[in-house]
Design a binder for this molecule. Structure first.
Ligand SMILES: Cc1cc2nc3c(=O)[nH]c(=O)nc-3n(C[C@H](O)[C@H](O)[C@H](O)COP(=O)(O)OP(=O)(O)OC[C@H]3O[C@@H](n4cnc5c(N)ncnc54)[C@H](O)[C@@H]3O)c2cc1C
Length: 498
């Protein structure tokens, strides 16, 4: 950490690395097993760059035979495995294990088929999110979930994180747009979740797998739904002189039975940072701006835009601008979608939080964050998937100053705990990974965490897939002060720990 580097005995690492290289080398073509430190550095972290750790090795299988053999070999050696897509995750989900192997799916990058009649695409898990829409465009179709990282992130990573995006309010998250996932178990056995039909017999293990953060299996092939491209889309930029009014306007739009194609919010510091970067035409005087999009036929869009304008006026908007053409609409969105990189212009580092709260509490949360800025002596720029109540406060800090890093982490933890107190949850779409382990102790009871661990153990009895992520150990929660320890003994002492 490097926040993640636990003390690893160098002699143990060297010996374990030799065993792994000896076992995996014969299974992979030349150049597909990396183990020298300089070759491992590009894999030392994901988008949560404050946490860094070199793995023992990185395997880059190119087909399922190679992948299955790598998994089986690691399983036989009891070596931890971390699957990796593009490494854009923001919660440390793809942070390597210091005594483990990172398995990159980068070479699983083929679009296998597009079926315009069924409106589905079958793709390998390392295919980039945007590449699916590009391939489907010829049929007037696209893949609707659109994380802002869609130019780079993989569909396998999207499945593992149940990724969302600015248009998921209307079209659903990854979960709602995936029909089937094929992959391999930790032991290298093939496994299929879901089917190409709308429903499958038995328990819905597809829903269990989506969002499981690389803890239950390694996905290799995914069948997604494709959506017809809307005839037209138009976006309103609404300015507000008060955060509370902007927050209330979001709730008012949904209460008016409108489900916009996108409903996003940015506060003044975020708007300023973004405008400087992409020149989207945002109102720099506003305390908050909302982007409200309607899509559909000309008539549907005209009607919905009028209804949203009425609600926004009644909610106290100080300026309303409707995109005049497609270029302006895309400019409005380019600002929002570049919010994270734009933050790099105003701060050397940022921690991007990702909690979700009931929409009607948006304003309360924003005011609480303003108070936290004073408490921790750090600035915070805010961008939200406001329609979903999904917050992305970006806490700005300098990682070269350990005290600032510590304050940023505590600031982030307080945002997550406040979200739970307001009736929300500690993650909306970025996952728990390493980052939110302590917050899981706050949100879930010991019984609930025991159930999570039991599910994990059913798929991965030795706890080799992405260990140390997502489900906090009992010990960790006890140390976090959220669990009562009786006479030095933890409850549920007999359940598996990873
Ligand atoms: C600038 C920026 C903007 C972003 N915007 C959004 C956004 O709008 N919405 C959103 O939801 N996220 C967003 N993210 C976060 C990130 O892009 C998503 O979480 C994305 O789904 C991660 O995909 P990836 O391929 O990079 O996965 P990785 O980061 O490589 O991995 C993420 C997790 O998935 C697991 N995994 C990866 N591939 C597989 C596989 N084939 N099988 C099993 N497990 C696997 C990993 O072990 C890890 O736990 C953003 C990130 C950045 C940097």
């Amino acid at each position: 950490m490097s926040a993640a580097s636990s003390a690893i005995d160098p002699a143990q690492r060297t010996q374990r690395q030799a065993e792994v290289v000896q076992a995996l080398s014969p299974l992979l073509p030349t150049g597909a097993l990396l183990w020298r430190d300089e070759a491992l550095v590009p894999y030392e972290c994901d988008g949560l760059t404050a946490y860094r750790q070199l793995p023992l090795a990185v395997a880059l299988p190119a087909d399922e035979t190679q992948l299955a053999a790598v998994l089986k070999a690691c399983h036989d050696l009891a070596v931890p495995i971390v699957a990796r897509g593009a490494g854009t995750g923001l919660s440390g989900g793809a942070t390597p294990h210091g005594l483990g192997v990172t398995v990159s799916l980068a070479r699983f990058n083929r679009i296998l088929s597009i079926d315009p009649l069924a409106r589905t695409a079958r793709v390998q898990s390392g295919v980039r999110n945007l590449a699916i829409s590009e391939a489907a465009a010829a049929h007037g179709l696209y893949y609707a979930p659109d994380p802002s990282s869609q130019i780079a992130c993989t569909i396998g990573g999207n499945v593992a994180e149940n990724a969302g995006g600015v248009h998921c309010l209307k079209y659903g998250l990854t979960l709602h747009n995936v029909l089937q996932v094929k992959g391999y178990t930790v032991a290298g056995e093939p496994i299929t979740f879901g089917s190409e039909a709308l429903d499958s017999a038995g328990f819905d293990l597809l829903a269990l797998f989506i969002g499981s953060e690389g803890m239950l299996g390694v996905a290799t092939e995914i069948t997604v739904r494709l959506t017809p491209k809307p005839q037209v889309a138009r976006c309103i930029m609404a300015s507000f002189d008060d955060m509370r009014k902007a927050g209330n306007a979001v709730a008012d739009i949904i209460a008016a039975a409108i489900i916009p194609a996108g409903l996003e919010m940015m506060d003044k510091p975020m708007t300023a940072a973004v405008e400087d970067f992409v020149h989207a035409g945002y109102d720099l005087t506003a305390e908050a701006i909302l982007l409200c999009e309607a899509d559909g036929t000309e008539a549907e869009v005209a009607d919905e835009i009028e209804r949203m304008l009425d609600v926004l006026r009644a909610a106290g908007a100080t300026r309303l601008e409707v995109s005049a053409d497609e270029a302006q609409r895309l400019r409005f969105w380019s600002g929002r979608k570049n919010a994270f990189p734009a933050s790099g212009r105003i701060s050397p580092d940022y921690l991007c939080m990702d909690s979700t709260i009931p929409r009607k509490r948006l304003a309360d949360m924003l005011l609480a964050i303003t108070e936290m800025e004073s408490t921790y002596g750090l600035r915070c720029a805010n961008v939200f998937h406001a329609g979903d109540g999904n917050l992305h406060p970006l806490i700005l800090f300098d990682a070269n100053d350990p005290d600032q890093f510590d304050r940023a982490e505590r600031f982030g933890a307080e945002i997550l705990e406040t979200s739970v107190a307001l009736g929300g949850t500690v993650t909306g779409e970025h996952g728990v990974g390493l980052e939110k382990l302590n917050s899981m102790c706050v949100q879930f009871s010991p019984d609930e965490r025991a159930q999570f661990l039991a599910v994990k153990a059913a798929f991965d009895p030795q706890g080799l897939l992405n260990p140390g992520k997502v489900i906090p150990t009992l010990q960790r929660c006890a140390e976090h002060g959220k669990m009562h320890v009786h006479h030095g003994l933890l409850p549920f002492a007999d359940i598996p720990r990873f």
